[in-house]
Design a protein around this ligand. Structure first.
Ligand code: BES
Ligand code: ZN
Length: 478
């Protein structure tokens, strides 16, 4: 017997088209937080959300959280959108979080569809568009739940508070300060929290997530001459910044994924028996990762090693070189200054501070060994701590029951390789148990070309989020 009101579930089935139209309207606003050109659209997206929430009976508002520098200009940070509905002391109060900003996307990047037009594929039931799964689909899921209750005249089973930010894809700048400053005001009286901003591990097994890796983003700047030079004239006569940089970058990680920075490997916590058992229970096949990657480049054929590589061990990825010649053709330039970018996904014991200390020392030492006359500066762009929680909490129990009710199967318990750094701020500042309750699948392609959400995930995801609230209301606090 499902705990969710059957009228709610029926409403969701009967309003699929309207819910897809809502997602379409959201995807159409290109709310890219990392690019000044889209600043107006990010603001427009916040206004649109406040409008939607207000129409759905939520007390909602935008709140400014200060300024930052974007593309060299000091501008306002995207506002946070907060809302609350219900204030019944007899009910639990749950906070939900999502983000309304998205990663950049251009058709030329290799999309088969216009990235900011939600495009359904009737054959597969997929809905393509930037933000469809990350994170507009789940955010719309919460709005759909509210709409169903309002239209049916149904009381919400819990008091709901919402916070939707517009800066998640660019490091959630100042959100920690906002949480701190509103701790005893907007955030007062909360029982627990739910974040829907990650994905199932595969394409068929729902999951509940109890951990995230942290992410530290670094830049190595190597500079020398005060202008770009001709390689015919100066090649063979000077220390070239790009040569130094490539050498340094080649010393960070091995082709088999081993982090080469001394001290990092040593900090990885040993695998406990309990952890080993948790990983063994996860439904996962190598074909799932191959499908999501679109090729067979896995480091190993072992599923447990693959899962641990993604969820409980750190990884280092090289991302790019700013200032390098990268256009088509063959320009014979020696760039005078280049910036290499890489990041480390971190796990417990690898905090922002101790990891950064190891990184800076190693790169500076390696640079000295080159005997180069160039200058080298290494810096941390942004850092976010890893987060792991105990999934034996009524918050997780409620989501477990909701998953069984909606999908007819038990969820996997996963940790994520990706990062939502603000999770730890919510957990630490507000002292809350946080559940990560994903809506989309492992092959949705967040951040990639042809990002999608399956219609069934979006619709069942709406039922899941709503059912979770009912189960939460019924759960005994422990
Ligand atoms: N939704 C993702 C987080 C995520 C990614 C969860 C992959 C599960 C798997 C989120 O929008 C995101 O991409 N976060 C950034 C954070 C960074 C900019 C600080 C990330 O992980 O790169
Ligand atoms: Zn996201």
């Amino acid at each position: 017997m499902p705990a969710a009101d059957p009228k709610f579930l029926k409403y969701v089935d009967e309003h699929e088209d309207a819910f897809i139209a809502r997602l379409k309207a959201a995807v159409e606003i290109p709310s890219v937080s990392g690019n000044l050109e889209y600043a107006k659209d990010v603001e427009r997206m916040a206004d649109w959300l406040v409008g939607q929430l207000t129409d759905l009976g939520v007390k909602a508002e935008k709140r400014g959280i200060g300024k930052h520098t974007l593309d060299g200009k000091e501008v306002d940070l995207p506002p946070v959108v907060i809302g609350s509905i219900g204030n019944d002391p007899a009910k639990k109060t749950v906070l939900v979080y999502g983000h309304y900003d998205v990663q950049p996307a251009l058709k030329e990047d290799g999309w088969d569809y216009e990235p900011f037009t939600l495009t359904p594929d009737p054959k597969t039931g997929r809905l393509y568009g930037r933000g469809s799964t990350d994170d507009k689909g789940p955010v719309m899921g919460w709005l759909n739940v509210l709409e169903a209750h309002k239209d049916l005249g149904l009381e919400m089973p819990v008091n709901l508070k919402m916070i939707f930010e517009g800066m998640e894809e660019s490091g959630s700048v100042n959100l920690d300060k906002f949480i701190e400053s509103e701790k005893d005001k907007f955030f007062a009286g909360l029982d627990c929290m739910c974040i829907s901003d990650n994905y199932w591990l595969d394409t068929k097994t729902p999951c509940l997530t109890y951990g995230l890796r942290g992410v530290n983003y670094y830049e190595i700047k190597v500079s020398g001459p005060d202008r770009d030079l001709h390689s015919g004239v100066f090649g063979g006569t000077i220390h070239e910044p790009m040569t130094d940089l490539i050498l340094l970058m080649s010393k960070l990680v091995s082709p088999t994924g081993e982090i080469l920075i001394p001290g990092v490997k040593e900090l990885i916590a040993p695998v406990t028996q309990d952890e080993q058992e948790k990983f063994e229970k996860i439904h996962f096949q190598m074909s799932d990762i191959q499908g999501a990657v679109g090729g067979d480049q896995t480091l190993t054929d072992d599923t447990i090693k693959t899962l641990m590589g993604r969820m409980r061990n750190p990884s280092l990825s090289l991302h790019g070189i700013e200032g390098a010649f990268s256009a088509p053709g063959s320009k014979t330039v020696i760039p005078c200054s280049v910036k290499g970018k890489f990041s480390i996904r971190t796990t417990p014991n690898l905090g922002v501070e101790n990891t950064t200390e190891l990184v800076l020392k190693y790169i500076n030492d390696e640079f000295k060994k080159l005997g180069s006359k160039n200058r080298c500066e290494v810096s941390l762009g942004h850092g976010g701590e890893p987060w792991v929680t105990d999934p034996n909490h009524y918050n997780f129990r409620a989501a477990h029951k909701a998953t069984v009710a909606v999908y007819g199967q038990e969820p996997d318990y996963t940790r994520e390789g990706g990062s939502i750094p603000v999770t730890l701020d919510f957990a630490n500042i507000l002292g809350l148990n946080i559940l990560l309750l994903p809506v989309g699948r492992g092959d949705d392609g967040a951040h990639s070309t042809n990002e999608k959400i399956d219609k069934s995930n979006y619709i069942n995801g709406t039922k899941l989020l709503g059912s979770y609230l009912y189960e939460l209301a019924a759960e005994k606090k422990d």
